[in-house]
Design a binder for this molecule. Sequence first.
Ligand SMILES: C[S@@+](CC[C@H](N)C(=O)[O-])C[C@H]1O[C@@H](n2cnc3c(N)ncnc32)[C@H](O)[C@@H]1O
Length: 290
Amino acid sequence: MLVERPPTVNGVPLLSKQRHSVAASIATAFLLADNRSGSRQVTLTKVEVMLEFRAVFVVLLLLCINSAAIAQENQADVEIPPALEVYMGRTIAQTMHYLGAPWLIRENRENQERCSLMLANLDVKPGMTVCDMGCGNGFYALQMAKMVGEEGTVLGVDIQPEMLKLMSERAAEAGITNVKPILGTIADPKLPEGAVDIILCADVYHEFSHPEQMLAAMRASLAPNGVVVLLEFREEDPRVPIKPLHKMSKAQVNKELTANGFKLVKEFDKLPWQHMMFFGKDENTEPTSE
Ligand SMILES: C[S@@+](CC[C@H](N)C(=O)[O-])C[C@H]1O[C@@H](n2cnc3c(N)ncnc32)[C@H](O)[C@@H]1O
């Protein structure tokens, strides 16, 4: 039986609606102005002149708002290319919705995934700066916070503010102060450059709608000898009860990461359901996306 995963969400921002409603308001304002001029008398009273000015002012104001909305949309268009549906032969999964967050902290997760065994093999050391990429409600971020200690920092990145809020609430409840929430975009995790020792991508890489941009940004954020660690459900193993869209084979992970300037530096193969693959920067290969 497959493990039922929570609902998904499409992370692509929708600014067109906003533009449409502003355009509609402008059209209405112009119509009002037209009607008014249609009934205009040769000599305008003071009140009429004031009303004319007000109509012109409203139109100009709406035009400004519309330009700002279009500029914002254009900027988004320039910075974030369209989301991919397929990358290097693999169908990209939809983002898990924040309403499914309780699934991430379910009681039997340890039994099913051996999370503590994964963490024990992640090579996290006190004082490190580590990242929980696609941290959700912070299941791993909070545990890593204890491992890096007071001198270290965990950067918890997610594209859903609701997930970050849940993580911050859980951290506050546990008295954890070294987890920093970062609201990324679907193409940019907003990480500091050259500063992160370990980036853990637990059950998230297969959801990236912009894998090349995300990999390039993560690569740039790595400290010397830093690694990106992918934890993905094993596609090769039919006993792993997860839907195929949320699984990846080792060959596919390798193909995608090596095409983007990474090299496999280590693997841990003793988890019950997941591949755990460590990738460092391949200094001899520039990413195809750069
Ligand atoms: C299946 S959940 C895994 C959460 C967490 N890693 C865990 O194992 O408990 C995937 C998370 O990745 C986030 N996500 C998807 N695409 C992302 C992106 N481009 N950047 C950052 N987070 C992303 C989703 O919002 C979601 O919270």
